[in-house]
Design a protein around this ligand. Structure first.
Ligand SMILES: N[C@@H](CCC(=O)N[C@@H](CS)C(=O)NCC(=O)O)C(=O)O
Length: 356
C-alpha cells in the first residue's frame, strides 16, 4: 500500500490524488499534520512540502512530476500521455503551464478574497493540528498562511499584474468551457497528465475556495470536468490521435504557449548566461534573480525560478522524440515551440536543479 500525504486545499496534492485514483493504485490518502510535516517529511524529502508519497520499501517521493513518472514506470497502463508526438508534447505543455503558470491565478485568488482567507485559516489550522482548540490551531495556521502568501511577490502578483491574472484566468476557463462542450477531457475521452495538472489549481484553489467559486457560475461544463477528473469512474476512452486534435484543444495549446512561452524563453536566456559565468557549478540556484514578465499583456516583475526550466525541459524532451512532426504541426497552426537550449542537461533532485 502506498501512502500519499497531502491536503485537499493543496493544488499539487490534488494533481497526484486524482492521478493515483485514476490509475487505481492502492494508496492511503493521508492528511499530514504539522508534526508529520516538520518531522518525518522534512527529514525524508528535505523540506516541509506536499504532496509526498511513501513507498512500501521505505523510499519517499516528492514533486508531482517525479511521483507520476515513477508510477508510470511501475504501472504503465493506462498511460497518461498520448502515444503520438504532438499529443505527448501537448500533455507536457499543459503540465508545465498548470504547475508553473497557474499558481498566478491560484495564489492571486486565494490570498486576495477575504472569504477564502478565513476559510484557509480554518483549513490550515485543522490540517496542522486536527481537533485541537482554536487558540492552538490559529498560530500555526497563521504562520503557514504568512509563508504561503509570501509567495505572491516571488510570482509577481501585485497591483500591476492583478487585472492581467484575472483576464488570463477568465480566458483559460472560457477555452475550457468551450472545449468541454464536445469533449470529456483535455486530450480526448480519457484523462491525461494535462487534466490532472490543470485540476490541481482549478479544484485545489479556484473551485475549492469559497471566494473564487463564483468564477464557475458561468462555466458549468468545467464543474462537470472537475467531477470527472477528481472522481474517475473508469479508465476507458481514447486520446485524440495527432491528426484529429480538435480546434478547441489547439486553442488551449496556443493560449498556454502564449502565456508560458516568453517566461520560459527569458528564463532560458538567464540560465544560459549564468552557466557561462559559473563554469564548474554543479547546480543552478533556485532563482536567478528578478525578471520582467507579462501575464495577459500586463507587465510585472517576478523571481526567475529555475525549477520552471526543469519542467520546460520535459516539454522539450517530448518534442525531441519527433521534432520534425511536432514542429510541422505547431507551425501549421502558428504556435511557436517551447524549447530549452542549454549547454548542460537539467536534473531535479534534493530540491535543486542540477547541471548534468
Ligand atoms: N513542484 C512541486 C511543488 C510542491 C509544492 O509547492 N507544494 C506546496 C503545497 S501545494 C507546498 O508544500 N509548499 C510549501 C513551500 O513551498 O514552502 C510539486 O509538483 O510537487
Amino acid at each position: 500500500m502506498y501512502k500519499h500525504y497531502g491536503w485537499e486545499v493543496s493544488p499539487y496534492s490534488v494533481k497526484t490524488r486524482a492521478y493515483l485514483r485514476y490509475k487505481q493504485l492502492p494508496f492511503e490518502d493521508l492528511s499530514p499534520t504539522m508534526a508529520k510535516l516538520a518531522g518525518t517529511i522534512r527529514k525524508k524529502v528535505g523540506r516541509m512540502v506536499m504532496p509526498t508519497v511513501e513507498l512500501p520499501d521505505g523510499r519517499w517521493l516528492q514533486d508531482t512530476s517525479v511521483i507520476i513518472d515513477y508510477f508510470e514506470g511501475v504501472r504503465p497502463d493506462p498511460p497518461v500521455a498520448p502515444a503520438g508526438p504532438v499529443g505527448r508534447y501537448l500533455a507536457y505543455l499543459f503540465e508545465c503551464f498548470a504547475d508553473e503558470w497557474l499558481p498566478l491565478s491560484a495564489m492571486y485568488y486565494r490570498w486576495t478574497e477575504p472569504e477564502t482567507v478565513a476559510f484557509i485559516r480554518e483549513q490550515f489550522g485543522q490540517g496542522c493540528l486536527p481537533g485541537a482548540p482554536r487558540m492552538l490551531r490559529d498560530p500555526l495556521a497563521k504562520r503557514m498562511m504568512a509563508q504561503m502568501s509570501g509567495y505572491l511577490p516571488v510570482l509577481g502578483i501585485d497591483e500591476r499584474t492583478a487585472d492581467g491574472i484575472a483576464a488570463m484566468t477568465g480566458e483559460l476557463l472560457n477555452l475550457m468551457e468551450a472545449h468541454f462542450g464536445d469533449h470529456l477531457f483535455v486530450q480526448g475521452s480519457r484523462p491525461s497528465l494535462a487534466d490532472f495538472s490543470l485540476l490541481g489549481p482549478i479544484q485545489g484553489h479556484l473551485y475549492g475556495d469559497p471566494g473564487s467559486r463564483h468564477l464557475f457560475d458561468s462555466r458549468p461544463r468545467v464543474i462537470e470536468w472537475i467531477d470527472r477528473c477528481y472522481f474517475p469512474s473508469g479508465n476507458e476512452g481514447e486520446f485524440f490521435g495527432d491528426d484529429e486534435i480538435p480546434d478547441s484543444c489547439v486553442a488551449l495549446g496556443a493560449f498556454c504557449t502564449r502565456e508560458l512561452g516568453p517566461y520560459i524563453r527569458d528564463l532560458n536566456a538567464m540560465a544560459a548566461e549564468w552557466i557561462e559565468a559559473n563554469k564548474g557549478a554543479p547546480r543552478l540556484p533556485r532563482s536567478l534573480g528578478s525578471m520582467r514578465f507579462e501575464v495577459a499583456g500586463y507587465q510585472g516583475e517576478r523571481k526567475s525560478l529555475t525549477f520552471s526550466l526543469w519542467m520546460a525541459q520535459r516539454i522539450a524532451d517530448a518534442r525531441n522524440e519527433s521534432p520534425a512532426a511536432v514542429d510541422a504541426w505547431l507551425s501549421e497552426r502558428g504556435i511557436p515551440e517551447i524549447d530549452v537550449h542549454l549547454p548542460r542537461r537539467l536534473e531535479f533532485r534534493d530540491n535543486y536543479v542540477w547541471l548534468a
